[in-house]
Design a binder for this molecule. Structure first.
Ligand code: PFF
Length: 437
């Protein structure tokens, strides 16, 4: 449940539905499903194997499994760096969702009615202002930290078991509302109608990138969760469940959002524009009370999804320090949170007050976004599959996947072929082509 919580995040709700519609609906879905199950899920299994076999956090796991090839721990270090940058950006946007939840519940969003320009202005003034986004991200950071401080079983496990079912219920409520609006079928058509002419090479790359991000693989988070998995759990079955749940929730999000957007005659978009500009307009079209109700549910849903994902990233960073043997859980977490909040504040201000300061031709907000989506995760994912496919002895990998020969692992030859050849090739292609585009 915790791993499902990690996988289900902002990526499912505001990114997947949009790119699915943009790159050919059902046609994109087909390619996405292939990547999710044949590459993403295999990567998840790799991370689980590395974690459970070593019983260590990200960096130490690599040195434990390959004690004489210490260079490989750099893949773990890259994972830690990736987590550090991703969490900063994640907290900024999570802070926005918290602020919007507050605005929704107090009726502030509803006051703007269906004035598209006023809603857009409100968002750009808010997101580029100095104080409020930073305060909101700090509140969100504290929320995440409280869970991590409570520990793996009393914190992460309990919160995930409570919040994930709640998220599904809220999402189902949104789906029912969206599907019963007039003209809802247009939204479903946008999402599912297979239009192969829209499935470009860019769409195929987007599908692979989304598959990795959505399953939280390629930065070591699943190595840490893997190290907590009981010895008798079936890693193939767990990965299958997590992958299927994540995909199901991504599709449900599309069903909850696009029929409503189309029924209002609005244009579909993705990312911040969808959640913070288009959807408030949709909610306001439902009338004041219903608008307040559904907007509050939606932003709560977004905040829950973001929280359970942020928890897994913060745990990865704290576990790295705890595992280094010098710090306790409490001091490790406090240290990481302080450093991370500072970076997140810089990211937030980088999109507003400090947007004139550029790194590699971009402000710091966009620079972090590029690092997080294009450069770091595919590189780290490549290191992970190469490590398990070519460095760790095949017998050890088989032994771990078959729980020391006690469960069947008939899929193993296919798994091995994918992690040795298919996944590295796909990751090199995605990296090189996005780097040069
Ligand atoms: N899977 C999350 C999402 O779809 O939003 C993002 C994510 C969470 C990426 C945790 C990486 C991670 F370690």
């Amino acid at each position: 449940m915790a791993a499902v919580g990690s996988a289900v995040g902002l990526g499912n709700i505001w990114r997947f539905p949009y790119i699915c519609g943009k790159y050919g609906g059902g046609a994109f879905l087909l390619v996405f499903l292939l990547f999710v199950f044949f590459i993403g899920m295999m990567l998840m299994m790799c991370e689980f194997v590395i974690g459970r076999r070593s019983r260590h956090a990200t960096v130490q796991a690599y040195s434990t499994l390959a004690p004489h090839k210490r260079g490989w721990r750099m893949v773990g270090v890259l994972g830690i760096v990736t987590c550090f940058f991703i969490l900063a950006q994640y907290w900024v946007i999570s802070g926005w969702t918290l602020s919007y939840f507050f605005d929704a519940i107090t009726g502030r969003l509803a006051q703007m009615g269906q004035d598209t320009e006023a809603i857009k202005d409100y968002f750009s003034t808010f997101s580029t202002s100095a104080a409020r986004p930073v305060v909101c991200l700090a509140i969100f950071a504290v929320l995440t930290a409280v869970v991590i401080l409570a520990g793996v079983q009393r914190g992460i496990e309990k919160v995930s078991k409570l919040l994930m079912p709640l998220l599904v219920v809220l999402l189902l409520v949104m789906c029912v509302r969206s599907l019963t609006l007039p003209g809802a079928t247009k939204g479903l058509e946008y999402l599912f109608y297979p239009d192969f002419s829209k499935l470009t090479a860019e769409g195929v790359l987007a599908a692979l990138g989304q598959a990795l991000f959505s399953l939280s693989v390629g930065m070591g988070a699943m190595i840490v969760y893997g190290s907590y998995i009981p010895a008798d759990s079936n890693l193939f079955r767990s990965s299958m469940w997590i992958t299927a749940s994540d995909t199901f929730i991504a599709i449900l999000s599309g069903v909850a959002i696009f029929p409503a957007v189309f029924s209002c005659g609005l244009e579909p978009t993705g990312g911040a524009g969808l959640s913070f500009c288009v959807l408030p307009n949709v909610f306001n079209s439902m009338g004041t009370l219903a608008g307040i109700f559904f907007a509050s549910i939606f932003f709560l849903l977004l905040a829950i999804a973001a929280l359970t994902s942020a928890i897994s990233i913060l745990e990865t960073l704290s576990a790295f320090l705890i595992d280094s043997g010098r710090l306790k859980r409490s001091s490790a977490t406090v240290l990481v949170v302080c450093a991370e909040v500072m970076l997140a504040a810089v990211v937030s201000l980088g999109g507003g007050m400090w947007s004139h300061i550029h790194i590699a031709g971009q402000n710091f907000f966009n620079f972090t976004d590029r690092l997080n989506s294009i450069y770091l995760p595919p590189l780290c994912a490549l290191g992970t599959v190469l490590f398990l496919g070519w460095v760790v002895p095949s017998n050890d990998v088989y032994d771990e996947l078959s729980n020391h020969g006690t469960v069947k692992a008939t899929f193993y030859p296919l798994f091995r072929f994918i992690i040795r050849y298919v996944a590295p090739l796909a990751l090199i292609i995605i990296f090189v082509s996005t780097f040069f585009s």
